[in-house]
Design a protein around this ligand. Structure first.
Ligand code: PEP
Ligand code: MN
Length: 337
């Protein structure tokens, strides 16, 4: 249930209304926006008399929320969430550009890519230290060593780092080492992991599952938020469809749909969505035009020799050219990179 308050409702009266509601055994989330002040009620609201509260002098209207996600719901928080990661904002007018190799392969490799993408205008460095590979015989990532190399690259370039976590026992290490913890598509419904990530404050990049509906994806965000961590960035990375020409099918409509349903920022990963280097540019452009808050792109210094995802990784010089084009697209949409 959502209670929208009248503009200029006095603080004392809001407090007393919140106390009355809390007495009914529900949690009240107060969201004070520029245009609206909203009380989001979480818990069993079936016994709450909507009309009693609708007649309160400071209440504009009372709405029953049909969706099962609450904290992630835009009804609970009409203004878009902006997440500050080491001084760089995700959401709002800024576009986040997270770039780097699929997997960290050596210190030299990740530092050289980091320098090149920073120069081109990326504002985050991505790189996998733990890789969720389809085959157990494929390269599984450098593990702790990989995290050390990412930290070295951050030291050299100042770029905040994003890396994927796969298990709960690594949460403390990731919370200490990286700036954004990525939950990959394959772990989007690893509920034990999600709950534990809800207990820390570190921003979480939650990728859409391979075959997850938008609602299931938002419910996964809700798992994290319910425990207290509301710093979530969603990432559309393509879904499984009958089409096999591309690695996945990029669901561009998910961007405006998420914007309508949720206040959380959303970025798009055209690299995993398509699996092909030449599709990265058109879909990155389309994602920005559709309202994405940023993009994630795989860049490798030698894609032919990459230990993971070389066929979808662009070279640093291609990334530099792409950034020039994306700046133009961003400008049309009133966004800045
Ligand atoms: C990745 O970002 O390297 C990755 C494995 O992505 P996804 O979880 O979207 O497949
Ligand atoms: Mn990859």
């Amino acid at each position: 249930m959502v209670i929208v308050l009248k503009q200029g409702a006095p603080e004392e009266k809001i407090k007393s209304l919140v106390r009355e509601l809390e007495g009914l055994n529900v949690k009240v989330q107060l969201s004070i926006g520029v245009e609206y002040t909203i009380l989001g009620l979480i818990g069993d609201t079936r016994g709450i008399n909507k009309y009693h509260f609708a007649s309160n002098e400071i209440v504009e209207k009372v709405l029953r929320v049909q969706e099962s996600f609450k904290k992630a719901n835009r009804m609970f928080k009409p203004e878009g969430t902006i997440i500050d990661v080491c001084g760089t904002k995700i959401g709002g007018t800024n576009l986040a550009v997270m770039t780097g190799p699929c997997s960290v392969e050596s210190e030299e490799q990740v530092i050289s890519i980091a320098k090149a993408v920073k120069e081109a205008g990326a504002n985050f460095l991505r790189g996998g230290a733990y890789k969720p590979r389809t085959s157990p015989y494929s390269f599984q990532g450098l593990g702790l060593e990989g995290l050390d190399y990412l930290k070295a690259a951050r030291e050299v370039t100042g770029l905040p780092i994003v890396s994927e976590i796969m298990s709960t026992d690594m949460i403390q290490k990731f919370a200490d080492d990286v700036d954004i913890i990525q939950v990959g598509a394959r772990n989007m419904q690893h509920f034990v992991l999600l709950k534990e990530l809800g207990k820390i404050k570190k921003p979480i990049l939650l990728k859409r599952g391979l075959a997850a509906t938008i609602e299931e994806w938002l419910m996964s965000a809700e798992y994290i938020m319910k425990e207290g961590n509301e710093n979530i960035i969603l990432c559309e990375r393509g879904i499984r469809t009958f089409e096999t020409y591309t690695r996945n099918t990029l669901d561009l409509s998910a961007i405006p749909v998420i914007k309508r349903l949720s206040h959380l920022p959303i970025i798009v990963d055209p690299s995993h969505a398509t699996g092909k280097t030449w599709l990265v540019e058109p879909l990155a452009k389309a994602a920005i035009m559709a309202g994405a808050d940023g993009i994630m792109i795989e860049v490798h210094n030698n894609p032919e020799k990459a230990l993971c995802d070389g066929e979808q990784s662009i070279r640093p010089d291609e990334f530099t050219k792409l950034m020039t084009k994306l700046r133009g697209v961003a400008e049309i949409e009133g966004r800045a990179i």
